[in-house]
Ligand binder design. Sequence first.
Ligand SMILES: CC(C)(COP(=O)(O)OP(=O)(O)OC[C@H]1O[C@@H](n2cnc3c(N)ncnc32)[C@H](O)[C@@H]1OP(=O)(O)O)[C@@H](O)C(=O)NCCC(=O)NCCS
Length: 190
Amino acid sequence: MTTLPDLVTDRLRLRQPAETDLEAMLTVFNDPVIAANTISIPHPYTRDDALGALEQFERWRREGVNRVFFIEDRATGALVGSASVEHKDPPGRGELGYVVGRAWRGRGYASEAARAIVRFAFDSLGLRLVTAHAMLHNPASVRVLEKLGMRAVGVIPDACRKDGESFDAHGFEITRDEWARLDAAQEHPA
Ligand SMILES: CC(C)(COP(=O)(O)OP(=O)(O)OC[C@H]1O[C@@H](n2cnc3c(N)ncnc32)[C@H](O)[C@@H]1OP(=O)(O)O)[C@@H](O)C(=O)NCCC(=O)NCCS
């Protein structure tokens, strides 16, 4: 896969990040709440952080280890956040991630974007299991994962490391078969 495809949903377009996103990144990702709930986005979020992130996303994409999409609001073209699937060992597994900027929260955007990423992970990347972790102090992210239909697997000790410190996290997962059943039920409700 050379470039990322566009993933289009009702209200959003998930697309490859670009250098032209730099200014918008400085607003969307410069947020202590994002820094507190993710492992690699610092606060304050500087121009160098944004430039470094764009280079890293590109490197990850070329290596096929992590696909990071930017989320765009289709109605305005505004950058609203990011969503990703990182490949994990063993092969066939991916880890879901998402961030929505403060101004755009509470509209169901994270859930809509995450659903598109899970579909991409199973249908385009051929993965068999998608996992996700939400820090214990992040009920909004837990809710996103519940709404997606992912299965809670309990609290995972030392699930994430940030700045040399380990954090427990709520673990979630969904298999390709579980997703296919959910998808079929949503398309053909009883
Ligand atoms: C978590 C995050 C992505 C959610 O984005 P969003 O676009 O607002 O998410 P959605 O609107 O799709 O869903 C959020 C759900 O959480 C609920 N919620 C929000 N704050 C909550 C809280 N403090 N306690 C419980 N539920 C909460 C919302 O009501 C909504 O559920 P509902 O649709 O049943 O009402 C966003 O807050 C964010 O980017 N946070 C910082 C980064 C982060 O945490 N990323 C995830 C790392 S695992």
